[in-house]
Design a protein around this ligand. Structure first.
Ligand SMILES: Nc1ncnc2c1ncn2[C@@H]1O[C@H](COP(=O)(O)OP(=O)(O)OP(=O)(O)O)[C@@H](O)[C@H]1O
Ligand SMILES: [Mg+2]
Length: 266
C-alpha cells in the first residue's frame, strides 16, 4: 500500500470545523482540522468520548455540514454553500454501530436496497447481493430476516449493503462496538480481509486502542473538545495481520504509547 500513499489523496480536509447550535450556547465540537487520506488507506480515528469522532466522520460522509473549511472527496467538493454535492457522496458508504437493517426486508433485500433506490434491475440486484454475501461470508442467509442473524452477521450484512453501489470509500463508526470481544476480534480480521480484497479506502472510528493498532495503516489521535488532531501514528505490521500480532512486544509497545498519550490529552 506504500505506493498508494504517495498518490493524490482521495479525501482532503482543509480547516474543517464544526460548531453545533444549541438552545443555550453553541458547542465547539471540532477545531480546524487538516488531514489527507490516500486511496486504499485504512485510517483509524481514535479519541476520548465526545471528542468529535462521529462529528468528523459524519461530515466526511456528507451527513452533516461543516461550519467551516473544505472537504474534498476524489478531488470534488463535498459541500458547497451548505449543500451536499451528489457526485462526491456517490463515492461514500457508511456503516454504523448498529446495523440499521430494515426488519421487514430479508437480508438480500436489505443489501440490495441502495441499488433498488438507484433503479438497478432486479436480476442485477440479485447478482450483486450474492457477490457481496460471498464477500462478507453470509451466503445462505439471503431469505432470512435480520432478527434471525447474530450481531456479527448483521454487521457483515451492513458492510455488504454499504458496498452495494461500489463506493471507493467506506466510513465506519464503531462498527463492532456492540459486539462481544471474541466476535469483535474475528470481525476485525474479516474487515482487514475485505479491505485487502476490495482495495477500498476505509476510515474506522473506535474507542479501542488495540482495535486501532490491529487495523490501522495510520492512527489519528484526537484530543478532547473541541476535537483536534493531537498526533498521528503509522502502523507498519505486515499484512495480513493475524490476531497473534497482538501479543508481539512491538504491538504492545504501541498500545502503551497510545494509552499514555490518551491519558495525557483527556
Ligand atoms: N447535534 C448536536 N448538538 C449539540 N452538540 C452535539 C451534537 N452532536 C454532538 N454534539 C457534541 O459535540 C461533541 C462531539 O460529539 P461526537 O458525537 O462527535 O463525539 P464522539 O467522539 O463521537 O464521542 P463518542 O466516542 O462518545 O461516540 C460532544 O461534546 C457532543 O456532546
Ligand atoms: Mg461517536
Amino acid at each position: 500500500m506504500t505506493s498508494a500513499k504517495e498518490a493524490a489523496p482521495i479525501i482532503q480536509l482543509t480547516d474543517v470545523s464544526k460548531w453545533y447550535g444549541t438552545r443555550d450556547k453553541p458547542v465547539h465540537a471540532l477545531a480546524a482540522t487538516n488531514l489527507n487520506i490516500a486511496a486504499g488507506e485504512l485510517v483509524v480515528l481514535l479519541g476520548p468520548s465526545g471528542c468529535g469522532k462521529t462529528t468528523l466522520l459524519r461530515m466526511i460522509g456528507g451527513l452533516l455540514d461543516p461550519t467551516g473549511g473544505r472537504i474534498e472527496v476524489s478531488g470534488k467538493d463535498l459541500w458547497r454553500n451548505g449543500e451536499r454535492q451528489g457526485a462526491a457522496v456517490a463515492d461514500l458508504g457508511m456503516v454504523f454501530q448498529d446495523a440499521h437493517l430494515f426488519p421487514w426486508f430479508t437480508i438480500e433485500e436489505n443489501i440490495a436496497l441502495p441499488l433498488k433506490l438507484r433503479g438497478v434491475s432486479r436480476t442485477e440486484r440479485r447478482e450483486r447481493a450474492q457477490e457481496l454475501m460471498d464477500l462478507v461470508k453470509i451466503t445462505g442467509f439471503e431469505k432470512r430476516w435480520p432478527k434471525e442473524l447474530s450481531g456479527g452477521m448483521r454487521q457483515r450484512a451492513a458492510i455488504a449493503r454499504a458496498l452495494s453501489y461500489d463506493p471507493s470509500i467506506l466510513l465506519m463508526d464503531e462498527p463492532f462496538g456492540a459486539l462481544d470481544a471474541m466476535t469483535r476480534d474475528s470481525m476485525n480480521v474479516e474487515l482487514q480481509r475485505i479491505w485487502q480484497k476490495t482495495g477500498k479506502t476505509i476510515i474506522v472510528v473506535t474507542h479501542s486502542i488495540s482495535e486501532a493498532v490491529f487495523l490501522a495503516d495510520r492512527i489519528v489521535l484526537l484530543s478532547p473538545r473541541p476535537g483536534r488532531i493531537d498526533s498521528i501514528y503509522n502502523v507498519d505490521f505486515p499484512r495480513p495481520r493475524g490476531l497473534d500480532v497482538q501479543s508481539s512486544p512491538e504491538f504492545q509497545a504501541l498500545v502503551k504509547t497510545l494509552r499514555h498519550r490518551l491519558s495525557e490529552v483527556e
